[in-house]
Design a protein around this ligand. Sequence first.
Ligand SMILES: [Mg+2]
Length: 164
Amino acid sequence: MKISFDLDDTLILTDKDTEYEKPVKFIRALFFKEKLRKGTKALCEELKSLGFDICVYTTSERSVGYIKRLFGVYGIRLSKVINQKIHKELVQGTRKEIMPSKVPSKFGIDLHVDDDISVKQNGIQYGFNVLIVSKDDKNWELKVLNEAKRIKKNKNYMETETIG
Ligand SMILES: [Mg+2]
């Protein structure tokens, strides 16, 4: 199973009083101006133990290599990164109709986590799962974990039903 996270205002916060994650690679961290949100590492570890691959889906133009290295500073291995460029190529393509800003289901992602309510609305319209977490939510990890568990349970149930 796959879970993806938005970056800006979801895992990368820029408010003054933001609490940041502790890097596991201290020297390498010095080369990065950006830091991950506190709790990200433990959450990703729990998600992995539930069987989720961790992905990033961002509409920013940060490069795939940069994003992978940034997460590497915290010991998090990303299985997939979708940035604006990849989204444009694979989702928008040569389509005339304007596609939503993110279509996680196109990449086999079971749950996407974002701060932008319009992504949730697109999810309802296009049929993909989105959990909204706000940047000042102190219990955000728990919400993500609970939703991931729910999605996993639903998927298992659906698969059993199809086989049975
Ligand atoms: Mg965002």
